[in-house]
Design a protein around this ligand. Structure first.
Ligand code: SAH
Length: 407
């Protein structure tokens, strides 16, 4: 491992930037982002991610964070305490604290979960996931990227993994920060092509090199469990199946049949392996198609289901795309509701951070109205405990879902 570039990460003392303070501003709410417009003459010549000190117009201390002149989010806050310096020790301590908060999650039934959830664990821009004996991390901000070697050393010391893998790629947030992709093993063994993990006693193969996010949708663990309770003897449509998460849980709960629908052939191939690897119940069908068209086609063929899952990718990356996203959710949910038998169950999700829960519910309710059916909300779903939300940071709560019964 390389030595940290301490010079870049922390000028001593850090450069001071003046921030415009207003009553109720983001800093006073301890929101971890400061936008470019809130800074007085933001400098263009500081290295990406460098630690800066924010002061108000009278020179009074307001906090410290990492600075990126290329991003709309100019400063990501690390501390509001004048006595707390942003050092290697602070990053290492916060990583150890976050990992410590998950200690109760480790058991023989589940060995893959999130260890660090970025701003929500007071580590802006850093994602760390445990996959069995391996640890995978991703830096999504210039600040976290600059501290990469510190982060790697801390993770090796705290988690003692068999291998540490970096997956800092494939996310538009890194592009917005002006960062190049960085992928590879930083410590220990190379991970196998398909790493086997345990989720509630089920086994999943995960491609941590090229899979979505860091390889698996760890955020849906609790929701898969909630859905399984509806699946005994059911015909299930697993829309946007990816590598099988919901469908494998459904099979394990005794589903009569599961249709796994996804537009990605490699994801469906791994889905098939995951179904077979668990020897779960039911007939399993794999459909590699665009879900929008496939749901309509099933309707035309007169197919019906007891349970439909909709877990699409993010439709709205920012507030500007909300209206279009709401239309997309409505269309998809309308098609799904039309496929449900009386008393059937819809499990539907949105992982668009910009789409707040009431707006998403409204889109689903409008879909039910257009289908001429009533939906009874039976469960409101969100993140599991390894994906906590910092309450001063609503953006951290991106995953929302519901289970509703059609009457
Ligand atoms: N439910 C999954 C995660 C879904 S992620 C789980 O539990 O692991 C979203 C999935 O939607 C991805 O696998 C992606 O390939 C797929 N996808 C994206 N656009 C699609 C489309 N138009 N039709 C079908 N699948 C799509």
């Amino acid at each position: 491992m390389q030595q940290p570039n301490a010079l870049l990460a922390c000028f001593d003392p850090p450069p001071k930037l003046t921030v415009v303070r207003e009553r109720g501003d983001s800093l006073s709410r301890r929101h971890p982002w400061v936008f470019e417009q809130a800074l007085v003459r933001p400098p263009k010549n500081l290295p990406l991610g460098v630690t800066v000190e924010l002061v108000d117009g009278k020179g009074r201390f307001a906090g410290r964070g990492s600075y990126n002149c290329e991003s709309r989010i100019a400063v990501r806050m690390m501390t509001y305490d004048e006595n707390e310096l942003v050092t290697e020790t602070l990053w290492a301590q916060r990583i150890a604290d976050a990992v410590g908060r998950r200690a109760a999650l480790a058991d023989s039934d589940t060995d893959a979960y999130r260890l660090v959830f970025s701003e929500n664990d007071l580590l802006p821009g850093l994602i760390v996931d445990r996959y069995g004996d391996y640890v995978v991390f991703q830096t999504l901000s210039a600040g976290a990227s600059l501290w990469r070697d510190t982060i790697a050393r801390a993770l090796v010391a705290v988690c003692q993994p068999r291998g540490l893998f970096e997956r800092s790629d494939g996310d538009d947030r890194r592009q917005h920060e002006g960062l190049e992709p960085s992928i590879g093993t930083l410590y220990g063994d190379e991970p196998p092509e398909h790493l086997l993990i345990r989720q509630d006693g089920l086994t999943f193969g995960v491609d941590i090199r090229a899979g979505h996010k860091t390889g698996f949708y760890l955020d849906q663990r609790q929701n898969r469990r909630a859905l399984a309770a509806y699946c005994a003897g059911a015909d299930v449509l697993n829309g946007f199946s990816y590598t099988g998460g919901f469908g494998v849980y459904a099979g394990a709960a005794g589903a009569k049949s599961v249709v796994h629908l996804d537009s990605s052939a490699p994801a469906l191939e791994l889905c098939r392996e995951n179904v077979e690897r668990n020897g779960v119940a039911g007939e399993h069908e794999y459909l590699c198609e665009n879900a929008f068209g496939a749901l309509r086609a099933m309707r035309d063929e007169g197919r019906t289901f007891d349970v439909v899952v909709l877990d699409p990718p993010k439709f709205a990356s920012s507030k500007q795309h909300l209206e279009k996203a709401a239309r997309g959710y409505k269309e998809l949910n309308l098609s799904a509701i039309k496929l449900l038998r009386p008393g059937g169950v819809l499990a539907t999700f949105s992982c668009s951070g910009a789409m707040e829960r009431p707006l998403f519910y409204r889109a689903v309710a409008e879909a039910a109205k257009d289908a001429g059916r009533d939906l009874l909300l039976e469960a409101e779903l969100g993140h599991p405990t390894d994906h906590p939300t910092l309450l001063s940071f609503p953006e951290g709560s991106y995953l929302k879902g519901l289970i509703a019964r059609v009457v």
